[in-house]
Write a protein that binds this ligand. Structure first.
Ligand code: 5GP
Ligand code: MG
Length: 363
């Protein structure tokens, strides 16, 4: 089990201060009773009341599941509410609201109390997991539906004491490959075999671009606007398109990136994108094919496809040279991380797939 830093102590403290100020402002001159739900909220409540600028009362309650009850329904027992809350302004302080089950219990219990007002404040909230429609009056930080630890929240009893919050890393291992090679090296063909064999998602930047433009997505239209002006599409736009593709395939075993990255900045952006997925680029695999063979292949392809840029040997040689000039830096980038693998791209399709597989199997 791995956790990674997620929300810093500073951000938490700033959020708590903001919530305290906002709630103080809304409550006017009433002296509120803040009620923390144990165990998780102890740290939040402690920091919150220190930052609350006006007089207030503070108490804690605990919800405990009945023990030894055979019912499948989770019935909770309330511990600790001894105070008369009649006519009082009560603010529930929760560390986290996830499904809202606990909150439903709180509402059930407080129905009996004749409070003047019941408000709900939570430091963390997972909107994707929330299944109730009780109003959340104050929400500190909305977080994705992933397990967190720290600042009162535990993992098997541990971690409540951390002043910052960590997020559970999804442990599923992904194989993410940057497939590399000059025009005519056979990237597309090999990507098709590899994606079947390893159940990977093939992301061809060219295809992603064309699809976004064809479907007139917001990003596609943005990209088109640069192209119309004869300008290069900024990396940010391209990486946002790739991020959307990656997001669409949230359960993927991995990705084959084809046609990306092309620059140092793009490689770093891709790294950040993979980091967000709790993953990384496993390898850059480059298909190595001699220039003369590339020229022959592309001329052959030009005869059948009619692509004008595949018909002229000089143009082909310029494209290949340009490719090497522009991408040499990437080879160095991945080499420096011991992630560069060159594979002989001359031979039958099966032979080359076999060579690529040998590299992938070891990742
Ligand atoms: P709910 O009843 O809203 O589904 O969840 C509330 C309770 O579940 C919290 O009081 C907390 O104990 C636990 N919980 C929900 N999400 C997390 C999380 O990401 N990390 C930890 N440590 N506990 C959580
Ligand atoms: Mg709680």
């Amino acid at each position: 089990m791995h956790f990674k830093p997620f929300i810093s102590e500073q951000e938490i403290q700033d959020t708590v201060a903001r919530m305290a100020a906002e709630i103080a402002n809304d409550l006017g001159d009433d002296i509120p009773v803040f009620i923390g739900i144990l165990n998780g909220s102890f740290m939040f409540v402690s920091d919150f009341v220190k930052k609350f600028p006006k007089p207030c009362e503070v108490t804690f309650i605990k919800l405990a599941s009945y023990e030894g009850l055979k019912s499948t329904e989770d019935i909770q027992r309330l511990i600790g509410l001894t105070q008369d809350l009649t006519g009082r302004t009560v603010v529930i302080l929760e560390d986290i609201i996830d499904s809202g089950k606990t909150l439903a219990e709180v509402h059930r219990i407080f129905k009996k109390e004749k409070v003047k007002e019941l408000k709900i404040a939570t430091l963390f909230h997972k909107p994707e997991a929330y299944k109730k429609d009780f109003k959340l009056h104050y929400v500190g930080i909305e977080i994705p539906n992933k397990f967190i630890v720290g600042y009162g929240l535990d993992f098997d009893g541990l971690g409540r004491d951390f002043p910052e919050v960590y997020q559970l890393k999804t442990t599923q291992h992904m194989t993410n490959i940057v497939l590399f090679g000059p025009p005519g090296a056979g990237k597309g063909t090999q990507a098709n075999f590899l994606k079947e064999k390893y159940h990977l998602i093939h992301i061809s930047t060219g295809d992603v671009f064309r699809n976004n433009i064809k479907n007139e997505t917001a990003l596609g239209m943005l990209a088109q606007s640069y192209m119309d002006k004869g300008e290069l599409v900024p990396d940010k736009v391209t990486i946002d398109m790739l991020a959307a593709e990656v997001e669409k395939n949230a359960d993927a075993k991995g990705f084959i990136f084809d046609g990306f990255p092309r620059t140092d900045a793009q490689a770093k952006a891709l790294e950040a994108l993979m980091e967000e997925k709790d993953s990384e680029i496993s390898a850059m695999i480059a298909l190595e094919v001699d220039d003369d063979i590339l020229v022959q292949r592309l001329l052959g392809r030009g005869k059948t496809s009619g692509r004008p840029d595949d018909a002229d040997e000089d143009i082909i040689r310029i494209r290949v040279t340009e490719y090497y000039n522009k991408t040499a830096i990437l080879k160095e980038y991945y080499k420096a991380q011991n992630k560069y693998f060159g594979v002989d791209g001359v031979g039958s399709v099966e032979e080359i797939t076999e060579r690529l597989s040998k590299v992938i199997d070891k990742l």
